[in-house]
Structures are given as C-alpha cells and as structure tokens.
Design a protein around this ligand. Sequence first.
Ligand SMILES: [Zn+2]
Length: 354
Amino acid sequence: MSTEQQRRQAIKDHSPLPGDNFVYGVLTTGIFCLPICPSRRPRDENVRLFDTPVQAIQNGYRPCRRCHPLGDIAAPSTATVIALCRLIEAAERKPTLTELSAQSGWSAHHLQRQFKAVAGISPHQYGVAIRRRRAQQQLRYKQSLTLSAHLAGFDSTSHLHAVAGNTLGMKPGQYRQAGKDMALRFAIAESSLGSVLVAESERGICAVTIGDDPSVLLQDFEQEFSGATLLPGNSEFDQRVAMVITLIDDPHQITQAPRDLLPLDIRGTAFQQQVWAALQTIPTGQTLSYQALAVKLGKPTAARAVAQACASNRLAVLVPCHRIVRTDGGLSGYRWGVGRKAALLDREREPSDK
Ligand SMILES: [Zn+2]
C-alpha cells in the first residue's frame, strides 16, 4: 500500500501508482477521479483518498466523466450492485435480501456473491454501516435540530452534514411573514472559509451563510425560516451546493455570474432588491464603495441605506456584498466576518491562471 504522500504526489503528477487502485474524491464537487485524470487539480484540503472506486461511491462520490474511474469494473454486475447500494441508502428501513433479490433479478445466493465481490461487504453489513453513519450524523445535530427520524433518509453525500426532510420545530422569527408556507431544502458543507449553509426554496437559493460552527448556522436558519416545511435533498441540489463552495474556494473556476447559473430566490423590500441586483453586476475581482453604489442607483444621498441593505443580504457570495468597500478602500464590516471578506477579495483578485 502506498503512503498518503505518494498518493498525493501521484495526483499532482497525473500518474498512476503501480499496484495501487486508489482514487481521489473532490469534496467541493462530489466527484471522484483516477490520479491520471486530466482535470484541474483541486486544492489539497479538498482531496479525499479512497483505496478503491467502490469506497468512493460508498462515501457518496460520483465517478468523473473524463477519466471514468470505474473503467472496466463498470460491468453490468457492478452497475447493479451500485444501484442496490443506492437503494439501501435511500430506504427508510433496511431492505430484506428477498427485496434486493427481486429488485436486481438475481437469486439471493448470486446477489450475496456479486455484492461482496464489488462492495467488499455483504448487503446486510452495508445496510448496518449506512445506518450507523446516519445515526452519528443525527447525533451531531440533535441539539439544534428537532427533526424526526425521517431525517436519516436524506443524507446523500458524505460532505453534506445534514440534508433534512421534515418540518423543523422552530421558533417564530422575522422571516415568518415571507417564509410562511415555504418549502425548503438545506445543506451544510465545508469550505476553506468555514461551514456554509445553503438553503433553497422551490424558486431558487434563498440563503447562503458562512460561519465557524455549523450548529450556530443551523440555529440562525431555524430562526429565520421558522415554520417552513423541509424538502428532501437531491443530487441537483448537491451540485448547486458544490457550486457555492467552489465560488468560495476557487472563484476563478466559475466564469459565469452566479445568477446565470443558479436560480435565486431573493426576498426583500424594493430598495433592498435594487441594491442586491446592483451588487450582482460588480464583476469578480472588482470592488465598489457604498457611495459609488448609491450613485449608480441614482440615489447619491442614500449611501447609508445602501450599507444597511448590504448588511441584510442573505446570500453570501452569490450576492457579492463582499465587493463593497469604504470610499477610502477600507474593508468595513461583513456579516460573515471581515477576515472572510478579505480572503474572498484576495482570491478574486488572483490571476485566474494561478
Ligand atoms: Zn476525472
């Protein structure tokens, strides 16, 4: 077995390691690759190493479409076993061998053998492992989330701590008027600037917040969206979450404006909407002062109100209020920490070929 260092070097060199079938998953995209993959290299801290492709799949990663890390083992039997893994993951109750057998069209005996050959463990062991992982995740959020056991049915990828699927028992909050009867899904993922909570309604992304402590993000979310019904996560949402993380970690990977890529559900007063729309026209790598933005809006005396609207932005990074600075160039405040604002601006100013 190669060392982690050898594997990381192999990834950098785009070269295979003889006798080692390891793959690497990219935390921000949920994709896994062979070391030889021609794709752009992720940041070191976003790389997860797996001994086999199946391990990566079991951890919720999807195979890359460029390097096809399943290669020859993507035989029909492998595809069937992977489909069965997904079935076991999605089921509320662990499916019986008879049910799996009916699903696959294989005899129980053949199924056991094939499953073990591909996944390395029996379907029963796999079901137990999945449930243990869920129980651990639930435990982590028990204090802040009053979700029913249904929650466990919706964790789709390992880099998402929580993707909920039920009604939160939340206190009434300021968002109640607007958020009442909203159906939301949310996830918390890790970025290089801390935990990121992303929520979306049926209309689009309605919240992106950044913080050090995921449980604090959850508490704020609960307060703001009290009474909302939660929808189960799905892979499309996972991809949107991954895109938000990429915008934070490596903004130059995404050349289009976020609003052209992601549906946004922005709610606020008419004036706030104007300010937030104007913020979205500031290109990556550039900044504007509150005063200049007020002038741009045709309200040169409204710099203060502009600053307030920036401070009430709910969509970190997607509505780039971090690109607003003081007239003297000072950073002034940032709802999610001035250190993060500085880091975001630094990254955006870096040349894109770096
Ligand atoms: Zn690849």
